[in-house]
Design a protein around this ligand. Sequence first.
Ligand code: SF4
Ligand code: SF4
Length: 149
Amino acid sequence: MPTSSTLISVCKQCNAWCCTIVKPPVTKQEKDTILQAGFSDHFIQIDENIYQIQAEDQKPCPYLKKDYSCEIQHIKPKLCKIWPVIPRYKQNKRGYIIIKCPLYFHLTPQDIQQAKNEAAAVPQEIVTQLWMISPEMKEKYKRFTYEEL
Ligand code: SF4
Ligand code: SF4
């Protein structure tokens, strides 16, 4: 993956779009790992064993620091780790897309393959929750083009 300084510089120019628009659903285990590491609780439960990071509308994720780095980088949720690769279901089969945000152009084919491999392990209920989004949110996703992997 790109170095953290590249990541921060690219994402700063992008104004942390994904960390502002997408509030990732997480498993209970992911939430517990973050809380047990001593970080603040910014989760709400949205389903059995599924939680979501909460932030005010149009405000960035509360774990995003002022320098645009992630406060929980080493234990951040899997969906954050694999971004801009996103798992989804198409005709009941697991598939993957990659969002062509500015970070995309800094990724190697190996980075993308690794993210796709990790995306394969994202639980089905997390993928389902991720795509339960409003039409307004779908419009926001169109800021960048994407391709199927
Ligand atoms: S959308 Fe891409 S470039 Fe923008 S903040 Fe997210 S990872 Fe960085
Ligand atoms: S946990 Fe970190 S990477 Fe994920 S949305 Fe929040 S700030 Fe961004």
